[in-house]
Design a protein around this ligand. Structure first.
Ligand code: HEC
Ligand code: HEC
Ligand code: HEC
Ligand code: HEC
Ligand code: HEC
Ligand code: HEC
Ligand code: HEC
Ligand code: HEC
Length: 495
């Protein structure tokens, strides 16, 4: 079938109206594609292989532009540049049955034609021509015949279709790792995924809505709104601006535009209406050392902080450009220590900064191994160039943890001696006891010692002083040397 565009060229005004979501749709008065070989199973591929203009991209001009700047547009070239390239490699580096609803050999693998090079639109969206309807989307775009891409990693419960069909296996196991993470765990707090007030962070669909991404995808409007934090929530396949096709940057120091912090910032300061509520995903503000915790009266550590500035450790400072991603998305190669041979590509998509590892050194999804450099990999601390050795990083972490655990224990012991009337939950006033209790909750999160040991220490020592001043003296006093801020003072020195 060869398509003539004359009919469409007559209705540009209508088309712009129809285009609703994408006002950059342009029509051209020439055939969009060569006849599709029947073996290709309706994939149309490139309109012009030389310029890499996809058939879809003739009309979806902005999407074409964004996509062309992603790695997907050079997938074929990358493969050809590799000395190990062979036929079996080609399916994932071209358009065909991988990544969409089609399950029979199609597109490139069926025809070997150049028009199917690279991971084009149809790799995810499926074929542009529908053999079952007289006029398909590319011939006659209607909202009833759109080839929609899945937001899910795999269609249904399996990991086939979607990004998962290519980004898996030994080559690069993104899906295999992601599926073991809390972002990908199919059973993780599922009930919050479509609950009002929770879905904005706990659900993939809710997150897109909360971020103002009003987009069309396969599962949209379905009855089972249970999609987790899938690949296409963090990655936007048409975003050629941010590195790695990220929907939001990771090197941005603003909790509302940093990819991770957009969600990891639910409650970092006490809730005046319900002061008994502890912190909820405070990692973003804590890392940046801003707008986090209860500020004790006469908070002495840093007048800048009291005036709305920041107290940050090295991990949240300019020295760490990629912030959360430096530690939580560390990709590296595992090699056999005896032979130096390559064993595994860690993609970092377990999102674990110090993952437990198996005997070969390959990260596992477990959390409960020992806090040692043999049971875990501390590679993120060293490949980042920040720490000289894994042992040095562990040792720094242990010092900070011990100090903070100790301060929390002291503060808790004091709060136990405070008159329970000071924790009057519903009076709309935050008492010193309630504020200090919130800070103890922050210190209780074991990762606070790495996310911002200095601010954590300052908040805890400040809280202890405030509780002593307000409710003391107590029969069991605090060891005075604890109140000297060791971590914070050390930080003033070198970094
Ligand atoms: C001839 C121009 C044209 C071509 C070619 C075309 N589209 Fe469209 N597409 C449109 C128009 C116009 C709409 C809006 C339809 C509506 O809302 O009724 C649309 C809508 C869509 C939508 C839904 C989102 C939205 O804005 O409503 C998706 C997804 C989509 N197209 C994907 C594709 C893909 C993938 C291809 C290639 C296989 C493709 N389109 C080829 C013109 C085109
Ligand atoms: C199961 C699908 C799949 C197959 C089969 C596949 N690749 Fe890939 N390849 C990918 C994906 C996905 C990426 C992107 C990974 C990334 O960006 O980290 C990739 C990236 C690459 C890269 C660029 C990254 C790098 O490591 O330099 C090269 C080169 C490459 N592949 C070569 C090959 C060769 C050679 C073969 C066959 C021996 C092959 N691929 C087979 C999916 C596949
Ligand atoms: C602004 C984003 C955001 C909103 C809104 C949100 N959460 Fe969360 N929540 C998170 C993040 C991120 C985590 C994971 C990080 C963590 O455990 O600290 C999390 C973790 C949790 C946990 C596990 C805490 C733990 O300590 O293991 C529970 C339970 C939870 N959320 C319940 C809810 C409920 C119920 C709602 C709705 C009333 C909700 N969340 C709304 C971001 C949010
Ligand atoms: C790697 C997979 C992938 C590739 C490649 C891809 N898309 Fe998409 N596309 C998606 C996903 C997932 C969505 C839904 C989420 C979103 O909009 O980011 C989507 C959404 C869309 C939409 C709907 C946007 C809206 O405003 O409602 C259009 C139109 C679209 N894609 C067109 C294209 C075109 C044209 C190309 C090629 C130039 C392309 N896509 C390449 C996966 C892909
Ligand atoms: C919670 C957010 C998040 C989710 C979910 C996510 N990613 Fe990523 N991904 C990232 C970030 C951030 C980076 C960049 C890492 C960096 O800066 O080093 C990245 C990088 C990548 C890269 C580029 C790696 C390279 O070597 O260039 C690929 C490929 C990728 N992700 C694929 C996937 C796939 C496939 C999925 C789903 C199975 C997925 N991602 C899910 C956040 C995410
Ligand atoms: C048909 C197979 C295929 C599908 C489907 C696919 N990818 Fe890829 N992807 C690749 C290959 C191959 C590369 C390597 C390209 C290169 O390096 O030249 C790649 C590279 C990437 C990269 C790194 C390059 C860059 O632009 O930064 C990211 C991120 C990525 N893919 C994300 C995704 C996401 C998210 C999805 C699903 C929405 C997806 N991919 C679906 C095959 C695929
Ligand atoms: C769309 C919101 C969202 C985004 C974006 C997001 N997260 Fe999450 N993250 C969550 C939620 C919700 C959970 C908890 C899921 C659960 O337990 O049900 C979580 C869990 C985690 C966990 C596991 C916590 C644990 O208790 O084991 C880590 C680590 C994490 N996220 C890091 C990151 C990093 C790093 C980024 C940025 C690359 C990021 N997240 C981006 C919402 C998000
Ligand atoms: C310097 C490295 C580093 C940076 C930067 C970092 N983290 Fe972490 N994070 C860790 C380590 C190490 C742990 C595990 C601590 C433990 O298990 O004791 C952790 C634990 C977590 C957890 C598990 C739940 C918890 O809080 O205990 C979440 C969620 C998390 N980080 C999210 C983030 C987010 C979001 C960012 C960016 C705002 C971030 N992290 C920045 C190293 C880092």
């Amino acid at each position: 079938m060869r398509f003539k565009l004359n009919r469409l060229a007559l209705i540009p005004a209508v088309a712009v109206f129809l285009a609703g979501c994408d006002d950059k749709i342009i029509y051209r008065d020439r055939p969009l594609y060569e006849e599709v070989p029947s073996a290709a199973l309706s994939f149309v591929g490139y309109s012009n292989s030389e310029t890499q203009l996809t058939v879809c991209g003739n009309c979806h001009v902005e999407k074409q532009k964004g996509w062309a700047a992603t790695g997907h547009a050079s997938a074929w070239e990358t493969l050809q540049g590799n000395s190990e390239a062979e036929t079996s490699c080609e399916g994932c580096h071209t358009v065909g049955q991988y990544g969409n609803v089609v399950n029979a050999v199609a597109g490139y693998e069926a025809t070997g034609e150049e028009r199917y090079y690279d991971v084009q639109c149809e790799a995810c969206h499926g074929p542009g021509v529908d053999p079952n309807v007289a006029l398909s989307h590319v011939d006659n775009p209607l909202d009833s015949n759109v080839p929609l891409a899945p937001l899910n990693v795999g269609a249904g419960a399996t990991l086939t279709g979607g990004c998962g069909e290519c980004h898996n296996g030994e080559h690069y196991g993104f899906v295999d790792e992601w599926a073991q993470s809390r972002h990908g765990d199919a059973s993780a707090r599922k009930s919050y995924r479509d609950r009002d007030g929770c879905s904005a962070c706990h659900g993939g669909e809710g997150a897109l809505v909360a971020w103002g991404v009003d987009t069309e995808y396969l599962e949209k409007g379905g009855t089972d709104n249970q999609i987790g934090i899938t690949c296409a929530v963090c990655h936007d396949p048409h975003n050629g601006t941010n590195e790695h096709q990220l929907r939001w940057p990771v090197d941005n120091r603003d909790v509302d535009t940093n990819l991770c912090m957009k969600c990891h910032q639910r409650r970092a300061v006490p809730d005046l209406d319900r002061p008994s509520r502890g912190p909820h995903s405070p990692q973003g503000p804590l890392l940046l050392g801003q707008d986090v915790g209860w500020i004790p009266p006469n908070f002495a550590y840093d007048t800048i902080y009291a005036e709305g500035g920041a107290i940050r450790g090295t991990h949240g400072s300019e020295a760490n450009q990629e912030l959360c991603a430096t530690c939580h998305l560390n990709s590296y190669e595992v090699t056999d220590p005896a032979t130096g041979d390559h064993v595994f590509n860690v993609t970092g998509h377990l999102f674990k900064p110090i993952p437990c590892v198996d005997a070969e050194g390959v990260p596992t999804g477990d959390d409960d191994c020992a806090m040692t450099t043999s049971a875990r990999s501390f590679a993120s601390c060293t490949t980042s160039g920040c720490h000289g050795s894994e042992d040095a990083a562990l040792s720094a972490l242990s010092v900070a943890k011990t100090r903070i655990v100790n301060l929390v224990a002291q503060l808790d012991a004091l709060l136990d001696q405070v008159d329970p009337a000071a924790f009057n939950n519903n009076d709309g006033i935050l008492t010193v006891a309630e504020g200090a209790n919130f800070n103890a909750g922050l210190g209780d999160i074991s990762s606070s010692a790495v996310h911002n040991p200095f601010l954590m220490e300052a908040l805890l020592t400040g809280s202890i002083k405030a509780v002593l001043d307000t409710y003391g003296p107590f029969p069991a006093p605090v060891a005075p040397d604890l109140l000297v801020p060791v971590l914070w003072q050390n930080s003033r020195g070198g970094n």
